[in-house]
Design a protein around this ligand. Sequence first.
Ligand code: HEM
Length: 208
Amino acid sequence: QGPYATTFTDAETGIVFNSWGISPESTQTRGGFNFGVALPSDGLSTDASEFIGYLECASSDAKGWCGLSLGGPMTNSLLLTAWPHEDEIYTSFRYATGYTMPEVYNGNAKLTQISSRINSTHFTLVFRCENCLQWNQGGQTGGPQTSTGFMLLGWVQAFPSPGNPACPDQITLEQHDNGMGIFPAVLDENAANPSYTAWAAQATKTVT
Ligand code: HEM
């Protein structure tokens, strides 16, 4: 996917995102992948600590998982893992110092859901992610600086479902097998929105 954002409005929530996608026809990943970000109204002048995310992942009959790296690489970045299970989308924040099963992230990141959809080919989560852009895992800190108008992001997708899917802290994963990538994400003026506070107030649901 190119670095430049597409502006996209989610029909269900009306939230406006800067988004980056991989088309379903791409050979990089089967089924395509999309990620969108909306920032607080001052997020392009002051480094935001939170965002509203749009995550659309490929899956086959509600199986599989996908992951996002908020720093780009798998290592030393806050990782978000998401998977469908029964009628819900579960998530787990993770952190890795090597290319092995990431540990549970022990900082204060918090995800609340605004909407979720699961169908036979994709699952989609619209979520508020608080304290997600400034991380701290045992003193290792990092995070994108949204005031620079730039974020390095990483993604992965996988076909098998996690083990222990109803216990986010105890999932087991195999190495992702449906593509991965790091992409530069250039934010434009539509990334930050005066409606952010109202949108964020819709994030009331936690799935644990
Ligand atoms: C890349 C292993 C889970 C995100 C890689 C690579 C390996 C690996 C070996 C490099 C592959 C290459 O360059 O050819 C694993 C294993 C996992 C796991 C064994 C679990 C058992 C995760 C999770 C996430 C993630 C949960 C995110 C939520 C990424 C990303 C990349 C990557 C974004 C591409 C960027 C990079 O190379 O650093 N992984 N991974 N991985 N992984 Fe994982």
